[in-house]
Design a protein around this ligand. Structure first.
Ligand SMILES: *[C@@H]1O[C@H](CO)[C@@H](O)[C@H](O)[C@H]1NC(C)=O
Ligand SMILES: *[C@@H]1O[C@H](CO)[C@@H](O)[C@H](O)[C@H]1NC(C)=O
Ligand SMILES: *[C@@H]1O[C@H](CO)[C@@H](O)[C@H](O)[C@H]1NC(C)=O
Ligand SMILES: *[C@@H]1O[C@H](CO)[C@@H](O)[C@H](O)[C@H]1NC(C)=O
Ligand SMILES: *[C@@H]1O[C@H](CO)[C@@H](O)[C@H](O)[C@H]1NC(C)=O
Ligand SMILES: *[C@@H]1O[C@H](CO)[C@@H](O)[C@H](O)[C@H]1NC(C)=O
Length: 834
């Protein structure tokens, strides 16, 4: 419900949204309608407004600050200063005599005092005259014009955005017709007329977002890889927000964003050509910027010229790619980088046919965390094919690989390359002449041989200790696979061995014992962060100031080596934003240690189960749920290996400074063979309360046992309660039993943590509970896979199935079994706690 009213009565209308208010309204002001629509015959004069049913948007006449001209626009109800859309941006009214109405031909029109049409929605059709239409301001800030007969939308303001991106707006580019919808900046804060800057999607090749100044690019987002824009830092924290780029049947590539947060968000292109995202602070009554682009020098398009690399942590920021040198050394050194760089040595293809070195093959140099250059050519392909494809084509200068895109290639100039220090970009491979490579090698030959010698020695030690372990146990590390009923057992055993052999210890930096000892202040108890799967974890600080977390294998017990090796094998092969990153290891003096990136906000259990703080609001929690889901999906499906984590629990979910979750502790993870879906183990490892019933009871585990643990995690995140905190519950149903009871009694609201309870996100919270219950169903095949879970979370799958009763294993403490009656009168067996 909304209202057309004078501004004086607006307040009444917004606050008193009940029957009485409407009656009051109808009787005291004859012209006032409780609607967000404009029908034929209704005339909105200069002081009238209508409000969307969401109350977020208001439509009416306004003047920008510092101007007296009148424009018809849609603004955020919270502040008239933030205008999201303007109709007559280039035809302002000079006085307040303007009106907004539906004309005789059914179009929306703005007329001045002389009854001249100064703006029209311009819908033409053969039956325009006498068309009966109605306009409505939707909750998304979209003003739509429809035929009263209901035959679809004739016109909508979302199709003609000004400078603001609104929820559900479609920014698109049709590469066949060239048709495009993009944002356009205001000329100045006083003048909404067309400005010089625009921003939108350019979808030739791989979709990217650009900001243009008079059509020249000034910023580029990097390619969309199906999940994120790869050249945008911190994309991850906004990507909860339902970002998507999709290609429709007619070739239109559409960018949308759902804005799923609680807070009111806006996203606009300002008059300086900067894309700004801001959240409304209701207390301070102002917008807080949360993101912007471009933000630093290196973000500007082609800052360092062709073949130049921009890295804001470097001084100077610009450098030439390996194998290239400044085109004009003087200019370059004086800080004018626009000329860029040129090749230093001819590549194989460019070399003279008579030359003796004609057949020496070019090499590639890898640069990590790179916003790859513009003008991408691509082909679907697997990672290992890209290098050969590039090498085989003389015009190919560089290549890269992104999951979700395939191989990307570049020929001609490499334009707009930026390096990040973290959290964005791709691995990028530049082609260089063989001689570049040799020369570099010569210079570093001593260092490298030292490193190699050390590596060999250490690999040998590792191998030796591994061999020793195997001997000591009289078995290989894969002993857990024994006793299984699964046919492919042997092949998976072999795979694990193979994986072991292929541990690229060389790729893993080694830290000396001394270095780690200094970093952790000789393993000071004060630096102890907690106990990991196989030993204590310490916080440390390297000499360069970088903070690390060190997991130390207990020396006295012979235990844990298996887990240690397992963790090295698994995690050294994985890379994902939601998995903790292994920085290196230390194997020295009987010591085995793993060095990880340090996580500012420690682990999920710290804040979740401590009722005394309110740090984890719903938005963070949802981000965490989704992040864990993506990490698990990567383990199960997207990584090169298929991995079952087996020990998902809040203390294994670490949180970085932006509260992004990272799965840690792979000591118990298992690598699966290609076709294998389930395995058995005699040694059940994991944490009670999070393990799936079929695993605890039968030792059978599969992806679906991780899904079960994920379900428990989701329910814990929503309820803010640890599943074991229910042991003493009078219902003695345990966490799942209790949740299930509330679900069946339709009392699920009782489960929700009071700290996050809010009506605006209630639907999403309820959805998460529903998904959590689907994940903890007793029968593994009924549980959704992680990819389905993610589709459910993002509402791509909207209708959720009804959950079956969960596996009531959370009461397990090994004491005894007890029969209890659940809410739906099904007799089930639960394990009673002490
Ligand atoms: C509507 O059409 C007229 C004539 O074709 C044109 O001058 C005017 O700019 C158009 N208005 C809009 C809002 O597109
Ligand atoms: C338009 O529709 C309204 C309500 O349905 C009706 O009262 C009116 O006569 C119609 N006008 C025309 C021109 O058809
Ligand atoms: C837009 O660009 C033109 C040409 O570069 C320039 O003359 C004009 O001042 C710019 N307008 C604004 C509002 O900056
Ligand atoms: C930078 O160098 C380019 C040629 O490479 C030249 O056209 C331009 O004027 C120079 N800019 C400045 C500020 O010197
Ligand atoms: C390469 O060899 C051909 C014949 O063998 C000769 O005609 C040509 O001049 C040579 N090119 C160069 C650059 O030496
Ligand atoms: C080599 O690359 C160029 C540019 O990418 C492309 O046009 C050409 O078809 C490729 N040639 C071959 C043989 O693949």
């Amino acid at each position: 419900m909304a209202a057309i009213s004078t501004r004086n009565s607006l307040r009444t209308m917004i606050s008193g949204r009940n029957f009485l208010a409407i009656i009051f309204c109808l009787f005291s002001y004859g012209f006032c309608l409780e609607t967000d629509t404009i029908n034929a015959g209704v005339v909105l004069n200069d002081s009238a407004t209508i409000v969307s049913s969401s109350e977020i948007f208001t439509l009416g006449f306004f003047s920008p600050n510092g101007s007296t001209r009148r424009y018809l626009g849609i603004w955020y109800t919270v502040t008239k200063d933030t205008v999201a859309w303007v109709a007559n941006r280039d035809r302002p009214l000079n006085d307040s005599s303007g009106t907004f109405s539906i004309s005789a031909d059914g179009n929306l029109v703005i007329m001045n005092g002389n009854q001249e049409i100064i703006w029209s929605s311009n819908v033409t059709s053969n039956s325009t005259s006498g068309r009966n239409t109605t306009a409505q301001l939707l909750g998304t800030g979209n003003l739509v014009l429809r035929d009263v007969t209901g035959s679809g939308t004739l016109w909508e303001s979302h199709r003609y955005p000004t400078n603001t991106f609104l929820p559900a707006m479609r920014i698109f580019h049709n590469t066949r017709t060239g048709q495009r919808v993009s944002l356009n900046s205001w000329r100045s804060p006083q003048d909404p007329d067309y400005g010089n800057f625009s921003s939108g999607l350019f979808a030739v090749g791989i979709p990217q977002i650009y900001i243009w100044n008079n059509g020249r690019p000034i910023w580029r987002s990097g390619p969309w890889n199906g999940r994120v824009l790869t050249g945008v830092t911190r994309m991850y924290s906004v990507y909860v927000d339902g970002f998507s780029v999709a290609t429709e049947e007619d070739g239109t590539v559409v960018f949308t964003r759902a804005f799923r947060q609680q807070a009111l968000m806006t996203n606009y292109l300002n008059t300086e050509g900067v894309l700004v995202e801001a959240a409304w602070d209701n207390q301070k009554r102002k917008w807080n910027p949360t993101w912007q682009a471009p933000i630093d020098d290196c973000d500007f398009y082609n800052k360092c010229g062709p073949f130049g690399l921009c890295y804001s942590n470097n001084r100077p920021k610009c450098s030439c790619l390996t194998g290239y040198e400044p085109k004009n050394k003087e200019e370059w050194d004086s800080g004018n980088w626009s000329g860029g760089c040129v090749k230093r040595k001819p590549l194989q293809c460019d070399r003279d046919n008579n030359a003796t070195d004609k057949h020496k093959v070019d090499k590639f140099v890898k640069i990590t965390l790179v916003k790859v250059p513009d003008f991408i050519q691509w082909s679907t392909g697997i990672e290992t094919e890209c290098e050969g494809l590039c090498l085989g084509n003389c015009s190919c200068r560089a290549y890269a690989y992104e999951q979700g895109i395939g191989c990307m290639f570049w020929s001609g100039s490499l334009i707009d390359i930026q390096k990040f220090s973290r959290d964005a970009g791709s691995d990028f491979f530049v082609r260089v002449a063989y001689s570049e490579h040799d020369e570099k090698k010569d210079k570093k030959v001593i260092i490298i041989s030292c490193v190699v010698a050390t590596l060999v020695a250490i690999s040998f030690c590792l191998l030796l200790s591994w061999w020793w372990m195997s001997r000591r146990r009289g078995r290989s590390v894969t002993l857990e696979y024994e006793g299984g009923e699964v046919g492919q057992l042997n092949s998976s055993e072999i795979r694990l061995h193979n994986a072991m052999d292929k541990v690229n210890v060389e790729e893993l930096p080694l830290y000396s014992f001394e270095m780690v000892e200094n970093a952790t202040n000789n393993f000071d108890v004060a630096n102890k962060l907690g106990m990991g799967g196989f030993g204590p974890v310490f916080k440390g600080k390297l000499e360069n100031g970088k903070e690390i977390a060190v997991k130390r294998l207990s020396t006295e017990s012979g235990q844990g080596l298996e887990e240690f090796m397992n963790e090295v094998v698994v995690i050294s092969k994985l890379q994902h934003r939601n998995l903790v990153r292994l920085l290196g290891c230390c194997v020295e003096k009987d010591e085995k240690m793993l060095v990880y990136e340090y996580m500012q906000n420690r682990s999920l259990d710290v804040f979740l189960f401590d009722g005394s703080n309110n740090i984890l609001d719903w938005r963070k929690r949802f981000n965490i749920i989704e992040g864990i889901g993506r990490g698990l999906l990567y383990l199960h499906r997207d990584s090169r290996l298929r991995i079952i984590h087996r020990d998902m629990k809040p203390s294994n979910i670490l949180l970085d400074e932006d509260w992004n979750p990272k799965i840690s502790d792979f000591g118990m993870a298992r690598i699966f063979g290609g076709n294998q879906n389930q395995a058995n183990t005699r040694r059940v490892v994991g944490t009670y309360g999070y393990m799936a019933p079929e695993y605890v009871m039968g030792g059978r585990f599969s992806e679906k046992s991780d899904v079960f643990s994920f379900g428990i995690l989701v329910l814990e995140i929503v309820s803010g309660r640890k599943n074991t905190s229910f042991y003493s519950d009078e219902l003695s149903l345990g966490f799942l039993g209790y949740s299930w009871k509330l679900w069946n009694e339709e009392n699920v609201l009782d489960l929700i943590d009071q700290r996050i309870f809010s009506s605006s996100s209630l639907a999403e919270i309820m959805r998460c509970i529903h998904i959590g219950l689907l994940c903890v169903q007793e029968i593994p095949v009924n549980r959704p896979s992680m990819s389905t879970v993610l589709s459910m979370l993002s509402s791509e799958i909207f209708d959720l199935p009804v959950p079956e009763h969960p596996g009531f294993m959370d009461m397990w403490n090994g004491s005894h079994f007890k029969t209890a009656e659940s809410a739906n009168k099904v007799t089930i067996t639960v394990l009673e706690g002490r």
